[in-house]
Design a binder for this molecule. Structure first.
Ligand code: UD1
Length: 422
């Protein structure tokens, strides 16, 4: 298993380009199941999760080809409407094939994902919404076995119990081919949901309200192909900005959408960083912080446009070396503090109280061997390692490879002393 070795203490300087967003690429790839026409996705990141979903789609009969950063998908000969346990257990987002398969083919067999490192993460809202659209969904031998008794899904008024990103995406995709109008209330407003809606509209779907909590979808009988550029990865961009702030560097992230980073940029400003934005770039400077260190900043995760849970671990790493004490409250997932014990191994002073961490900033961290536990936790450890004194070894970085494209190369280009040990 690969490891990362990071020699801390170097400020990051320079420019880095944001990749296409993992969390947009996955639903966009799943949406290719809604049409027999080709779907072209530009700016597709090279990530293990993208590869995993590509393999799943291939196993169903979808043609999936990659040419550099272009992904070409064509679902004109789907022979198997099934997502087996072996794939879903490695990537929960595989459940995104359920809505499109049901809508176009009228049946699907998708394994239940089971638990994951950051919490129970059920898919009950996906199932409930699909039932409201007229699907029959049973659980048999660990699988969701779904069919459409009337032959075609029918529009419905759906209100999800909580805001769910992939739940909204699954239901939105299903509703595009349903008979009549669907309303989805309490819909997720994340930029990745908007990106998906925008490609679906290009494919011929009739969707209003993307980016608000209320989606109105009028079903159409067929959808065509599309050529779409995947939105920039705001979490990757945010991770580089946190790393720049923690190392007291000066970094410009290009090819991003600054508006998607608003809640994070506010917190980084509060920490003392100076931030400039252009149309598609953000520059963060933390080279002359008033106190010589960032200020500790408290935060509470919430749905977009609030502070993203996917940035919580990275910001906590920044708080670990800040001046003062901060509280970090996680409201989206019940078990998303697995990085805390690893940060403590690097010398961080963190107390966990329920869903809140009290982080007492300390002037320095010291290198140790630590273990990555999930995707964003790993990114938090990378940031801590970049400031820790000495050489930190991060084990199990396959988590990082699921969601960060060429992270060590991008960091090395910014001056980090980082290497992958195979
Ligand atoms: C997506 C993102 C993930 C991000 C998360 C929250 C993708 C591929 N992944 O995950 O990176 O951390 O949004 O922003 O886009 N829930 C239920 N029942 C459901 C669905 C969700 O109880 O049927 C709960 C979850 O357990 C969680 C909360 O709702 O507590 C939000 O989860 P959700 O938005 O669905 O996360 P994902 O879509 O899986």
């Amino acid at each position: 298993m690969d490891k990362l070795r990071i020699h801390g203490g170097t400020a990051l300087h320079g420019e880095v380009f944001a990749s296409g967003a993992k969390n947009a690429a996955l639903p966009l790839m799943a949406a290719s199941l809604l049409t027999a026409q080709p779907v072209l996705l530009e700016h597709a990141p090279r990530l293990v999760d993208v590869h995993t979903l590509g393999e799943l789609l291939r196993s169903m009969g979808v043609q999936v080809e990659r040419e550099d950063s272009l992904l070409r998908l064509r679902a004109d000969a789907v022979s198997r409407c099934e997502a087996p346990y072996e794939r879903v257990k490695t990537m929960r987002a595989s459940v995104l094939v359920l809505g499109p398969l049901l809508a176009r083919f009228g049946h699907a067999r998708v394994s239940l994902p089971g638990g994951c490192a950051i919490g129970a993460r059920p898919v009950d809202q996906h199932v409930r919404g699909l039932r409201q659209l007229g699907a029959r969904v049973d659980i048999e031998h660990g699988y969701l076995v779904a069919s459409v008794p009337s032959g075609r899904l029918r529009g419905a008024h759906i209100s999800t119990d909580m805001v769910t990103v992939t739940g909204t995406e699954n239901l939105m995709m299903a509703a595009c081919l349903a008979d009549g109008e669907t309303l989805i209330e309490n819909a997720a407003q994340e930029p990745e949901v908007v990106d998906l809606a925008s490609m679906l509209v290009d494919m011929g779907a009739d969707i209003e309200g993307a980016g608000t909590s209320r989606l109105r979808i009028r079903g159409v009988s067929t959808l065509g192909g599309a050529s779409h550029r995947i939105v920039a990865d705001r979490i990757e961009a945010g991770t580089f900005l946190c790393a720049a702030a923690a190392t007291r560097g000066d970094v410009t992230v290009r090819g991003c959408v600054p508006a998607h980073l608003d809640s994070l940029l506010d917190k980084l400003r509060e920490a003392g960083a100076s931030i400039d934005c252009g149309e598609d770039w953000v520059r963060l400077r933390a080279t002359d912080l008033p106190a010589g260190r960032p200020r500790a900043v408290s935060l509470r995760t919430s749905e977009y446009p609030g502070f993203p849970t996917d940035m919580q671990a990275q910001f906590m790493a920044l708080d670990c070396i800040a001046e003062g004490t901060a509280t970090v409250t996680e409201t989206i997932f019940e078990n998303r503090f697995m990085h805390v014990q690893e940060l403590v191994r690097l010398g961080a002073r963190i107390a966990v109280e329920g869903n809140t961490c009290v982080v007492q900033g300390s002037g320095k961290l010291s290198a140790a061997t630590v273990m990555a536990t999930d995707l964003r936790a790993s990114a938090g450890l990378v940031i801590a390692a970049l400031v820790a004194e000495g050489s930190t070894c991060i084990e199990r970085i396959y988590h990082l490879d699921r969601g960060y494209e060429a992270m060590e190369h991008k960091l090395a280009a910014l001056g980090a002393r980082i290497e992958r040990l195979r």
